[in-house]
Structure formats: C-alpha cells, structure tokens
Design a protein around this ligand. Structure first.
Ligand code: AMP
Length: 419
C-alpha cells in the first residue's frame, strides 16, 4: 500500500532542525521578555471577516492566498495567514487596552497562505510575531526595531540588511495616490494584469509587484517620501535619530510598501541574499488605524513578524545540536544487567540527564556502535559482575579513554562539563 504524504507546501520539521527552532524560540522568550513583552497564544482559525477587514480586500493574501472554507455551521472560517489581526482581535475581545496604556505581546506559531511553494516559501510557515499596542511615539518604533536587531544578533546571524520606510498617513497618501495614478496613466500597457487592476483598486500595491516590466516602469515613479506631511516626516526623522544612538546601520528604501494594507508611517524589513527572491526574513511596521478598523478605540500599534524557516536556514547547527545528544549510553550485557541498567537509565533521566540504552541484548560491539552513532559523551559498560561489585568501566567517547569507576560516582562524573 502506498504511504500517504503531507500536503504540498506543508513541511515536517524534523530533528535536528527542531533543535534550531527551540534555540530560536528560547532566545525569543529571553530577549522579548527583557523588553517587557508577554506571550499570547491565539487560535489558528478565525472568522474570515477578521482578515478581510484587517489585512485589506485588495492584498494578494486576501485575494488569492487564504485557506477559507465554510464549516458545518455555515460559517466562513479562515486559517490565519498572519498574526496581527488575531492578536488585535484578542486584545479587543478581552479589553486588554483597559488594563495598561501600553500592551506588548508576542506569539509564535504557524501561518497559512496558499502561495506557490518553493525554497523558503511554504503554505504552512511559522512566524514569531510581536506587537506594541498603545503609544504612537517614534521611540516605540525605534525600540521595536532595536529589539529585533538585538535578537538577530544574539542568534549570531551574519550581517543582515535593515531597510526602513515611511508609508505616511491618511493625510499624505491621497495626493500620492493621485500622483502615482497619473504617472501610470498612459503606461498601462506595460503593466501586468494584476497591476492594471491595482491601479484602480489600490495603486500603492503596484510597488509590491515582482514582474520585471512593472518594476522598470516604477523606477521613475513618484515616491511617497516626497509627499509625507510634516507630522509624518518628523516622526520618521525621530525614528532614524533614535536608531542612530545605537549606531544601527539601516538603508532607506522608499519603494518598500509591504504586502498588507494596514501599515502607516514606519515600515521595515530585514533581508539577506540567500534564498533568491525569498530573501526577506522579517517584515513589520506601524498600523495606526487597524485597531479602530477592527472595531476598537483609536489605538496605535506597531509590530513585526519573523519567518522561522528563513531564519533557521541561516543558523548553523553548531551550538544548537549538543542539546539532544546523550550524555551517557549504558551498554548492558545480559538480562540481569539490562534490568539494572533500565532502572539506572530512567532514574538519571528523571534528574534531567540525557541517557540512552537499548533493551535488545545486542553484542557489546553493536551497542558501542550505536553509542558512537548517537554521539554519546560516555558509555558505561554494565554486566552482572559489575553490578555485584558496584564498579564498571566508563568510556569517555570524546577523549577515547576509559576508567573503572565506582557506580556511586557515576552521576558526579558525567554531569561535569566536557573536558
Ligand atoms: P509578512 O507577514 O508577509 O510580512 O512576512 C513576514 C515574514 O514571514 C517574511 O519576511 C518571511 O520571513 C516569512 N514568510 C512570509 N510568507 C512566507 C511563506 N509563504 N513561507 C515562508 N516564510 C514566509
């Protein structure tokens, strides 16, 4: 019979890759908590209206990529394509805004978008998502970007590019929309079908197009930065000054519009040229109207989402893998020794020490081979005589040396740091 395989674009994360993910998550909890963030866990499934209203009807995500279905109760539901709308839904539903003037939340987990799968792009992918709700001060923008870059640095990632832009506000966007509209008027025939549609529905989205002919038309297009109102210009300048205090290098990218409609003012991306076109590792920005658009009060927000898969692809296994290799392998010889070893092995595990053995009564040679394959640091060779004498041979696999030890000393020896 044929085996049933996973759904296209849905990927298993196997060991030792999972060690990297745990390493990333551990660092996220540590760094984000120092910056005052608290973890929130939200459902994978939401009412479709949440994303239609939150992300924007004319974005690629809502137009083509959502996993939407009608459930048995005739309700339209969607597997979340991103976390921000859900976090805000929870924030409003539980009236968290009434508790504190500033709410800093983060969440980790899978997102679902029906994109064309390729390296670095999946239909189920995972994000680390952070949101600061409340203040609209430029220091908040800078704080969030600083935390992000600090987190990436703590993971030991090689040089990354931070790009920032301002998408302005309700005041500066309409004149820009008009300018881009009249610029593209008469150039429609060079644009792809999608962009011709966008021209009517949401002209800002043309900057997001990956088609080369569209990109070349846009090389001379008017830029939003030249239309920013005084308040937006000042806000953006202050963000840059605050980043400057930390000597954080960044590049201004006036063409970055991001793929979601809710952004206002500061937007940012962290990229690296390693996965061809899928080089964005982090995307984020400010959204000053999303809370209101989702039915809440006028509260500002800013956040980012890091893609786990792309992040993990950049992290070397060294330093993350030691976590799952055993400290000790007990090679038991004979039935009685296996019984003793079984107890010893599980008692040590309950003390938090990684210990392995096998129960099949294989030859010493094959057990040594197995210990070697698992890269165990020590092997304890246990037979009936050893148990009777309370002594056994302990082999240090890294140093290729061995010594006879008293079994009472075992725990003390193996928990010492590697020599
Ligand atoms: P976005 O929510 O579109 O702003 O994306 C934020 C980050 O999530 C990106 O920079 C990627 O690292 C990651 N990401 C988005 N879509 C995918 C996908 N289909 N597969 C893998 N990672 C993704």
């Amino acid at each position: 019979m044929e085996i049933i395989t996973a759904v296209r674009g849905f990927k298993d994360i196997l060991p030792p890759e999972t060690d990297k993910w745990r390493y990333i998550e551990g660092m996220a909890h540590q760094v984000f908590r120092a910056f005052g963030f608290k973890e929130i866990r939200i459902p994978l499934l939401e009412k479709t209206a949440l994303f239609r209203r939150g992300i924007g009807e004319t974005t690629d995500i809502v137009e083509k990529e959502m996993y939407t279905f009608v459930d048995r109760g005739d309700e339209s539901l969607t597997l979340r394509p991103e976390a921000t709308a859900s976090v805000i839904r929870a924030y409003l539903e539980h009236a968290l805004h009434k508790e504190e003037p500033v709410t800093k939340l983060y969440t980790l987990g899978p997102m679902f978008r029906r994109e064309r799968p390729q390296k670095g792009r999946y239909r189920q992918f995972h994000q680390i998502d952070t949101e600061i709700l409340g203040p609209d001060d430029p220091h908040t923008d800078a704080e969030l970007i600083l935390m992000l870059m600090h987190f990436l640095e703590k993971l030991g990632l090689p040089k990354l590019n931070l790009e920032i832009n301002s998408l302005g506000c309700d005041q500066c966007r309409p004149p820009f929309r008009e300018a881009i509209h009249s610029f593209l008027h008469g150039r429609e025939e060079v644009l792809c079908g999608d962009c011709r549609r966008r021209l009517v529905s949401n002209p800002l989205r043309v900057f997001d197009c990956k088609v080369e002919s569209c990109a070349s038309v846009l090389s001379e297009a008017p830029l939003l930065r030249d239309f920013l109102c005084t308040a937006c210009r000042e806000h953006f300048a202050k963000v840059q000054t605050a980043l400057g205090h930390f000597a954080l290098p960044f590049r201004l990218n006036p063409k970055m519009v991001r793929g979601l409609d809710y952004y206002t003012r500061t937007t940012f991306e962290v990229t690296r040229e390693f996965l061809g076109s899928q080089n964005a590792i982090v995307g984020g920005g400010r959204y000053d109207h999303l809370v209101r658009d989702l039915g809440g009060p006028d509260i500002s927000g800013i956040g980012f989402a890091i893609g786990y898969e792309r992040l993990a692809a950049m992290i070397l296994e060294q330093g993350t893998e030691a976590d799952s290799t055993p400290v000790l392998f007990i090679a038991a010889m004979g039935e009685a020794a296996t019984e003793e070893a079984f107890q010893l092995c599980n008692r040590l595990r309950m003390k938090g020490i990684r210990v392995e053995m096998d129960y099949q009564g294989r030859s010493l040679k094959s057990q040594m081979k197995r210990a070697d394959k698992l890269r165990s640091r020590y092997v304890l060779i246990l037979g009936e005589r050893e148990i009777a004498e309370n002594k056994a041979l302990l082999r240090n696999m890294h140093a290729s040396s061995q010594e006879e030890i008293c079994l009472d000393q075992l725990e003390d020896i193996i928990i010492q740091p590697v020599r």
